[in-house]
Design a protein around this ligand. Sequence first.
Ligand code: NDP
Length: 287
Amino acid sequence: MVAKIIDGKAISEKMRAGLAKEVSNLVRHMPKPGLAVIVVGDDPASHVYVRSKAKQTIEVGMESFEYQLPASASEHQLLDLVATLNNDERVDGILVQLPLPHHINAEKVLRAIAPAKDVDGFHPLNVGLVATGSGGMVPCTPLGSMILIKSVRDNIAGLNAVIVGRSNIVGKPMAQLLLQESCTVTIAHSRTADLPAVVGAADILVAAVGRPEMVRGTWVKPGSVVIDVGINRVAAPDGKSKLVGDVAFGECLDRAAAITPVPGGVGPMTISCLLQNTLRAATARRA
Ligand code: NDP
């Protein structure tokens, strides 16, 4: 079996083309939807993400508002900015780029974002709504991962889904989404006993660990769908660096039925889902 490589780049481009069309219809009778992104400090990776988000926001016809605060900014300053944006009519979505400097309580900041503008879906109200299947803003990476799963398997009810990683931003919400699709869900983490055996039972495997190529091809169930959320920068043979996922991609090609590459899999979906959430927030708030 040769695995189908799930082209997240192409799927996300198609998604953004659809969003651009919706936005152009919408702006005939309302102002452009607006996304505000706040970055604190000078983490180079954060700045790359934020630039890319701003570019794609503008490309689909939305308004992009960028706020860069110095690493020395106080928690109070950041909370003030969030409060201002909560009350800014032009802003439909607010995203605070993580990680934040250690002196700022990230949880407190995320809770300060108005739930209706919480396009990352990290506010406890949205977490609760998603967990109870009552709507709510779905976090972008799990949402994008689910779209990729559905691109290769229409009906996933009854399948065994294993998620490696239990973070609030990926692992836990991913489990909720798979449960809503009636999968039998297992969440594995650093204390899981016999991880290869747990992974080996997965018809759908989602790896969100942050450890380069930790999941080996021999662990993976033949015929499974493998979604690799991990983004890890490692040294390349030419002395430069390259990105790899949490799954040993090459080893899975003759076992999995379908697999996402890194880069070009889940990564591009995350931004498209962020724009989709922003459009959703705009239509809900201004309806
Ligand atoms: P976290 O560090 O918050 O969580 C990692 C999880 O992996 C934890 O639950 C941890 O377990 C578990 N883990 C760590 N080591 C092991 C191990 N040896 N065996 C089993 N489980 C282990 O990471 P995130 O969820 O934020 O991100 C995960 C990866 O996804 C990262 O590479 C990140 O860069 C990437 N990412 C990609 C995105 C995208 O857009 N594609 C978006 C967000 C993240 P425990 O809880 O027990 O410590």
